[in-house]
Ligand binder design. Structure first.
Ligand SMILES: *Cc1c(COP(=O)(O)O)cnc(C)c1O
Length: 582
């Protein structure tokens, strides 16, 4: 029972909850969460290029932003993630896309080597280096080794993926202990991080705590954040794989039995055990939390608490716009919309918007100076050039090629204004369907004399491009098939950086009503497409009219700023984890 005291139980300790709430308001360190007892956040993917780790998409960006917001709010926070020694970069040669693999060294990014821990896998001992990068009240804690591989390398049910997940869970848990840290909370950013909670359960159960008590303790301190809509879409592992990679790392026979019992026909989906081990469960937007279709082992539908993703405004909002938000009292010092922010936004005139966007265009030009388009051309835009952008992973449900279904119509919209259309987004390794769609799109564009010089594809989409485009474009296009986007955060970068948003009503966009942005809807895809074209025309004319521009940009901000604020998101998490006494 001795270890139990380490596992602070915030939900029952009313006194500490009170101190904690007060402290959140004062944005100070708290006794409930302390330097030795931090909020721990586990993720297989982190998108934080400044700190040497490149992710795949929104899941990783969210993780990086959550830590940054915790830093600003003074919340003690440890993010545990792998450091991948290799990453892919997308290159275009002769109009075709290829992947280049690049080695990455952690020493170049200010990480400190801590020690080496061991885990057991497939009859051998695997050595994992523990490295850390410490900020003021947060840290990035990583496990790594030279053959760790790349993010999402191999199939999702493969041995190598299980090895990576087990390394993060068991290796990362040992890393915490090496540093003398005890997790106040374990947040699992998707089920691939399940093994962190399992490592904790195993430690409690093997240190003499009653097994069921250990389960209760672990459940009360574990938050599972779901980003996936359909449980059936998730990969499964076999019992044989667990015998090789998981069981050798367990000390407690009871834990081993507990997990063995969860297999059906020799197979296991991590979500089913993650649901069992985490009493706290969240989805990443209101719509997503409602429609995510998950069942526990008993067959009951799982309820997810809606905590919509936010972004770190400090990182994503261009400095001049952030200065405006601050100076006019739209947001407070940690990036929360202030009381009455709606009225403060009255100061955002069309003239102000245009001046700020002119600065944004310089930022975009700076980013583009090293990022040629598909024809090898370096693009530079003037203030009065008009830019639509589509920047997000090139995956089917996001429908990157939707506006290109009718290239004649697209030209008809763009040409009178001399408008450009920029696409940035990587195709997943191995997604041959989308790779073909991209090649077909580029080919169709190259056949049209106008589109050829005004539609640009920028390879190797990353944070820099995401930032540059959100600062420098006029209109962002976001048209996922309704029901399939969990949240999405790139549209948040656009709204805060004063772009008009054309979007389907999905993900976090659907947290507010559809009249707050240029909504695309329709009974079928062809209706949606004509609505999209219509909205593009409307966006062009709005930018040519001061009254419309002011009206639409302010309306977007009024509706979305509270959603977008990363500080709001972290506060929502803290309130869910440490519910205020009523
Ligand atoms: C913001 C961002 C994302 C998030 O994209 P969504 O499709 O909106 O979830 C993905 N990749 C990069 C590089 C980003 O900057």
């Amino acid at each position: 029972m001795e270890d139990a005291q380490y596992f602070y139980h915030p939900l029952e300790n009313i006194e500490d909850v009170e101190i904690f709430e007060e402290a959140v308001e004062r944005k100070k360190l708290t006794p409930a969460l302390s330097a030795e007892r931090p909020y721990t956040y586990w993720t297989l993917e982190l998108y934080d290029q400044e700190n040497g780790i490149r992710g795949g998409g929104g899941l990783g960006v969210l993780a990086a932003d959550t830590r940054r917001v915790a830093e600003q709010m003074g919340v003690p926070f440890t993010l545990v993630t792998p450091f991948y020694p290799s990453e892919t970069h997308q290159v275009i040669r002769d109009g075709k896309m290829y992947d280049d693999h690049v080695r990455v060294g952690y020493a170049n990014f200010g990480y400190r080597y801590v020690d080496t821990v061991n885990i057991k896998c497939a009859d051998t001992i695997c050595h994992l280096d523990v490295i850390e990068k410490v900020f003021e009240n947060t840290r990035i804690l990583c496990v790594t080794e030279p053959n760790f591989g790349e993010l999402y390398s191999g199939l999702s049910g493969s041995d190598h993926r299980l090895y990576q997940e087990v390394s993060l869970g068991f290796g990362g848990y040992q890393a915490l202990k090496l540093l003398g840290l005890k997790p106040a909370i374990i947040q699992l950013n998707e089920v691939a991080t399940f093994f962190a909670a399992l490592a904790r359960l195993d430690e409690l159960a093997s240190n003499g705590m009653d097994f069921y008590e250990a389960v209760v303790y672990t459940r009360k301190h574990t938050l599972y954040t779901n980003h996936t809509l359909v449980q059936a879409a998730e990969a499964e592992f076999s019992y044989d794989q667990f015998e090789r990679f998981v069981f050798p790392n367990l000390k407690s026979a009871a834990v081993r039995k507990w997990i063995s019992d969860k297999f059906t026909d020799g197979r296991l989906r991590l979500s089913s055990v993650t649901i069992e081990i985490a009493e706290l469960r969240s989805g990443v937007s209101k719509l997503h939390a409602r429609v995510a279709n998950y069942h526990d082992i008993a067959g009951n539908k799982v309820k997810f608490k809606a905590i919509t993703n936010g972004i770190d405004m400090e990182k994503w909002v261009m400095p001049d716009v952030m200065a405006f938000y601050r100076k006019s009292g739209v947001v407070d010092e940690i990036g929360l919309p202030s009381a009455g922010y709606e009225d403060q936004l009255e100061a955002l005139s069309a003239g102000k918007i245009r001046a700020l966007k002119s600065t944004g265009r310089q930022i975009l030009n700076q980013v583009l100076s090293t990022r040629p388009d598909q024809n090898g051309k370096i693009l530079q835009f003037k203030d009065d050039d008009f830019i639509f952008d589509f920047k997000r992973r090139f995956v089917n449900y996001k429908r990157p090629e939707l506006p290109f279904r009718n290239t004649a119509k697209l030209r008809e919209i763009l040409e009178p204004r001399g408008a450009h259309y920029i696409i940035a987004g990587r195709v997943h390794a191995g997604d041959s369907v989308m790779l073909k769609k991209l090649h077909d799109l580029l080919w169709a564009v190259s056949r049209d004399p106008y589109l050829k010089t005004h539609v640009h594809y920028l390879a190797d989409y990353d944070e820099r491009l995401a930032y540059g485009l959100s600062c420098g474009s006029n209109v962002a296009i976001n048209v996922p098939i309704v029901g399939l986007e969990a949240c999405g955060t790139s549209w948040m970068k656009d709204v805060t950086n004063l772009n008009l948003l054309i979007s389907t009503h999905d993900g976090g966009v659907a947290d507010v009503s559809a009249e707050n942005y240029l909504n695309v809807h329709g009974a079928n895809e062809s209706e949606e497409l004509s609505e999209l074209y219509h909205r593009m025309e409307e966006a062009i004319s709005a930018w040519d009219n001061d009254f419309d521009l002011e009206f639409l940009i302010r309306k977007q901000l009024v509706a979305f700023l509270p959603v977008i604020s990363g500080a709001r998101m972290l506060q929502d998490y803290l309130e869910y984890l440490f519910p205020p006494r009523t």
